[in-house]
Design a protein around this ligand. Structure first.
Ligand code: SAM
Length: 525
């Protein structure tokens, strides 16, 4: 796709041709040349030309799209905010048009994802440890590096605009430093920098971490996850690349309550994997009336399939009766913010079942209620409470239960650009007891013949198979259903089940979904 370029050095967002660390380099490795925004090759071996003016004489105004990106990075690194929550409000606040909103999205998400590689590059260009820099200056530098190395923004525009931004938001003093550092960054293109950073490194995970901008422990965890779920370790490159690509927006039309006609008329395409789903690679889904009304919802297709698989899993009849007298009772034990609960409730409504959506965090329970608002009120109830208590309180009370357990989210890194830098290796072990207690509670709460779906948006074996194996070991009345086969049955392709084991693991680089794990556990009747 070709990008035109206007005065501020913008190119369009997702179609900007951005190359984050680890994204495939269509120009070949170390080509020494890169296309600028007009599609012309810029020879990186000759000295790049910059505005002759000193930083003080350059633009003093912050371009609004770059300002939005800067504000997102400041909120993320300074206030522990989530980029996907801050970005839309900053875009609205600065009244960005579609093109500038796209640019701000690519710049903020790209700078956050690429932070590991960019900081390693910056460390070679700054004459002091990065921790000693004003955090606002460091964020401005990250924004500059992403434009210089991964977006088709001409170097002079990236430099001028980043220095202008710095002058406007952090003052004239640091702008000279930013100017000098970014000039050093322009000495090499991204592939050359990666070659420099990895020179002399022999460990494959260290090299992948620097190349694909992931913490090294996550690279190791994902390699381990691939092997644990029957894939080959060499897929790690494709998996890390998929984490760095801007994910497409997945939409689901709630069955029986909405349809996709508006989305398709607005440029979405029919989703190939799940029924009633659609895809879009750009634009704000909030512009759709059906999304605002809640009958269409933004939801990763992997999550859609997990909810549909639970609804479709085969139950055994209740003891002493062939059919459910009052319709089935479904439970979503960890429902916040309500994505799967909404789809489950719509599916429940279609077959005369009811859904109890449980969530302990009151603000997230409120989100669950909002998510469920489009579903008839007599189908669902929201409970605010600890899911670990439900098994004791409602033993054998439910036919189908979803345990979408709190997890590290290592399978959804592409959607949460900052999360890879927030997670710690100790999170994996710390979540284990809660995951096991929630699953044990669900197993108590399911009736004989009923099914518990244990799901995580992480492929880590400690959060997936290990939790399921422990639960199965503790009781004799449980059987594992073939989750891959059930997923195949609810998908449009019928080709999702790994065939490696009875649990199922989806992958961003294979299925273009989040790396959702699913086990379906049935209590013997
Ligand atoms: C992975 S999220 C669930 C996502 C949700 N199913 C969806 O599709 O939108 C896990 C949820 O579990 C909740 N949680 C944490 N501790 C819990 C507990 N003790 N009992 C039940 N839920 C808990 C978290 O607050 C969080 O909302």
């Amino acid at each position: 796709m070709t990008n035109e370029n206007h005065g501020s050095g913008h190119s369009g967002a997702r179609d900007s041709g951005a190359r984050s660390p680890g994204a495939r380099n269509s120009g070949g490795q170390n080509s020494g040349a890169r296309r600028n925004a007009q599609g012309r090759e810029r020879n990186r071996t000759s000295a790049p030309s910059f505005t002759a003016a000193a930083p003080s004489a350059r633009t003093r105004k912050a371009d609004p799209a770059r300002l939005v990106a800067f504000e997102v990075l400041r909120a993320v690194s300074g206030e522990d905010a989530y980029a996907n929550l801050v970005l839309p409000s900053r875009i609205r606040h600065h009244h960005l048009d579609k093109r500038d909103a796209g640019f701000a999205t690519e710049l903020s998400y790209g700078a956050l994802r690429g932070q590991g590689t960019y900081d390693a590059i910056l460390a070679r260009c700054v004459d002091r440890p990065l921790e000693q820099l004003d955090p606002a200056v460091l964020d401005a530098l990250r924004i500059g590096v992403h434009q210089l190395l991964a977006m088709r923004v001409p170097a002079h525009a990236a430099l001028d605009q980043t220095v202008g931004l710095a002058r406007a938001v952090v003052g004239a003093g640091p702008s000279s430093l930013i100017n000098a550092v970014l000039r050093r960054v322009t000495a090499k293109d991204l592939q050359e920098w990666i070659a420099t950073l990895t020179h002399g490194q022999t460990d494959a995970s260290t090299i992948a971490a620097l190349t694909y901008s992931h913490p090294e422990w996550i690279v190791r965890a994902l390699r381990q996850s691939l092997v644990a779920h029957g894939r080959v370790v060499t897929e790690i490159t494709a998996l890390l690349e998929a984490d760095n690509a801007a994910p497409v927006v997945n939409l689901v039309a709630l069955p029986g309550l909405g349809d996709l006609s508006e989305a398709l008329a607005e440029g979405f395409t029919v989703g190939p994997l799940a029924p009633d789903s659609a895809l879009s690679s750009g634009g704000d889904p909030g512009r759709l009336l059906a999304v605002r009304e809640g009958t269409n919802r933004v939801q990763d297709v992997g999550s859609q399939l997990v909810a549909r698989a639970l609804a479709a899993a085969e139950l055994l009849p209740r003891r002493g009766s062939a059919a459910e007298p009052d319709g089935e009772r479904w439970l979503d034990l960890c429902a916040g913010p309500g994505g799967k609960a909404a789809l489950l409730a719509a599916l429940a409504g279609q077959c005369g079942a009811t859904l109890l959506a449980n969530e302990p965090a009151p603000h997230r329970a409120k989100l669950v209620k909002q998510a469920l608002a489009a579903v008839p009120r007599d189908v669902w109830t929201v409970r605010i409470g600890d899911g670990r208590e439900v098994g004791e309180q409602r033993p054998e009370g439910f036919d189908r239960i979803l345990v979408d357990a709190p997890c590290t989210g290592l399978g959804a890194l592409r959607r949460r650009p900052e999360s890879r830098w927030r997670r710690k290796p100790s999170d994996v072990g710390e979540l284990g007891p809660l995951q096991r207690e929630l699953l044990a509670s669900a197993i108590k709460a399911v009736r004989p013949g009923g099914v518990v779906a244990y799901a995580t948006c992480s492929p880590h074996p400690a959060e997936t198979n290990a939790v399921v194996v422990d639960a199965l070991r503790k009781r004799e009345d449980l059987e594992l259903l073939d989750a891959g086969a059930v997923l195949d049955g609810v998908s449009l392709t019928g080709k999702l089940g790994s065939g490696h084991e009875k649990t199922a693991q989806l992958w961003p680089h294979i299925h273009a979904t989040d790396a959702m794990f699913l086990a379906l556990i049935r209590k013997k009747a």
